[in-house]
Design a protein around this ligand. Structure first.
Ligand SMILES: Nc1nc2c(ncn2[C@@H]2O[C@H](COP(=O)(O)OP(=O)(O)O)[C@@H](O)[C@H]2O)c(=O)[nH]1
Ligand SMILES: [Mg+2]
Length: 402
């Protein structure tokens, strides 16, 4: 290859021209590549659908309304309304009247206004709680809470001890009264309990309550051992206007409940409530039968019963706590209905049942009428039970308690 003759002015000129072109090219490239100064950029226009969503919808009346001048009162926030009393407080008050008389007037004696707060109070509180059928276990729990707070100097007056007892009762009842979830079609509710506690009556009251909520209901007459029990359920069925599935005399309760669930599935019924026999709970066969019934429900439904409600009679006091244990061993209980609270001073047993067995109270029975089945409210219960003694009606005292 021939070498370039740098002494030749034409060649030199050509090289200089090429070099100048390269330099100009580089300068242009740099200027182009530099980022322009960030200018506030307009967002891209939204799609038409988004525009429609963003635009606040103006109702025709609102558009027509002229703007009101701001009043002075508008600038002053209104006083907050007083806290509403819990629903059904009245029913809880009258249902717990005897228990209240028993518990509260005695506690009022213990926590009298001028009384010094000392440990001897604890012995008296213990006696009162035991008398109201709270039970030994739960009484000890409440006393322990009081003792700890006394030792820590958190209680300065007798009234503080009262409030602390109520608080401990509240923490025992925290999971009660959540209500029965009806979110499957059909939702199956199995109702169990010993004879005479109020199962069939409770089923009738429940059916009426669900009917008023617009649900469709089917009743299963699973107490096949007494013809009267089937008739009693049929009376409720007629009253509420729902079908009752029954078997032949002494039929297998499992087959009755199986048929009821199959029918409810076929007809798209919302709720099946199944009655069961409640002969002596001390006889092992009843518990075996209940276990079998649980398996039958599972076979018909493809899952266990949605709710297994144990009905307990409050007038039996501590016995109700023992019954809970027996039924719990047979079936996974989901809730308790405590009936006949109206006729007893043993309403404190609610605390014992929930504390010992961790099964929530869902309903209470405070009389024989349909409207006397109330969804349990821990707040109403505590207010009715621990209300200050000034709220007691005349004559509502220990002497009044049965
Ligand atoms: N005072 C009162 N009586 C009730 C209550 N619940 C049920 N009963 C009565 O208890 C009795 C037995 O009820 P029943 O439903 O036949 O009990 P079952 O054997 O468990 O089905 C009936 O006379 C009911 O009217 C209640 O909450 N208060
Ligand atoms: Mg019955």
């Amino acid at each position: 290859m021939e070498s370039l003759d740098l002494s030749n002015p034409t060649v030199l000129g050509a090289i200089a021209a090429v070099a100048a072109l390269i330099v100009i090219g580089i300068i242009i490239g740099l200027v182009r590549g530099r980022k322009p100064k960030e200018l506030p950029r307009e967002p891209p226009p939204p799609p038409p659908e988004a525009l429609a969503e963003e635009r606040p919808k103006i109702e025709p009346e609102a558009r027509a309304e002229p703007t009101q001048p701001i009043q002075l009162e508008d600038l002053v926030p209104p006083a907050p309304p007083p806290p509403a009393p819990p629903a059904d407080l009245g029913a809880f008050r009258s249902g717990l009247k005897s228990t209240r008389g028993n518990l509260i007037s005695r506690l009022a004696g213990v926590f009298g206004r001028d009384r010094e707060l000392d440990v001897s109070i604890l012995d008296e509180v213990e006696e009162v709680l035991i008398t109201a059928d709270v039970g030994v276990h739960t009484t000890q729990r409440i006393l322990e809470a009081l003792r700890t707070q006394m030792n820590d100097g958190q209680l300065s007056a007798a009234e503080d001890a009262w409030a602390a007892s109520r608080e401990e009762a509240g923490s025992i009842l925290a999971s009660s009264g959540q209500g029965l979830a009806i979110d499957q079609t059909p939702t199956v509710i199995l109702v169990v309990g010993v004879n005479g506690v109020g199962k069939t009556t409770t089923i009738g009251k429940l059916a009426s309550r669900f009917d008023r909520q617009g649900k469709t209901i089917l009743l299963g007459a699973g107490d096949t051992f007494r013809a009267a029990a089937v008739t009693q359920l049929e009376v409720w069925g007629r009253r509420v206007g729902c079908e009752v599935i029954k078997g032949k005399d002494r039929a297998d309760p499992g087959s009755v409940i199986f048929d009821a669930i199959e029918k409810a599935k076929a007809d798209g019924i919302d709720i099946v409530i199944a009655d069961t026999a409640g002969r002596l709970h001390t006889k092992v066969p009843l518990m075996d039968e209940l276990k079998k019934l649980g398996r039958t429900v599972e076979k018909a439904l493809g899952r266990p019963a949605d709710h297994v409600l144990l009905v307990l009679d409050a007038t039996t006091g501590q016995n109700a706590i023992q019954q809970t244990q027996l039924f719990k061993d047979a079936l996974p209980l989901t809730g308790i209905v405590l009936t006949k609270l109206d006729g007893t001073a043993k309403g404190g047993v609610i605390l014992g049942i929930v504390d010992q067995h961790h099964v929530p109270i869902e309903f209470i029975g405070v009389g024989e009428k349909v409207e006397d089945l109330k969804p349990f409210s821990a707040e109403a219960f505590l207010q009715a039970l621990f209300e200050s003694p000034e709220a007691l009606e005349p004559g509502e005292d220990a002497a009044n308690a049965s």
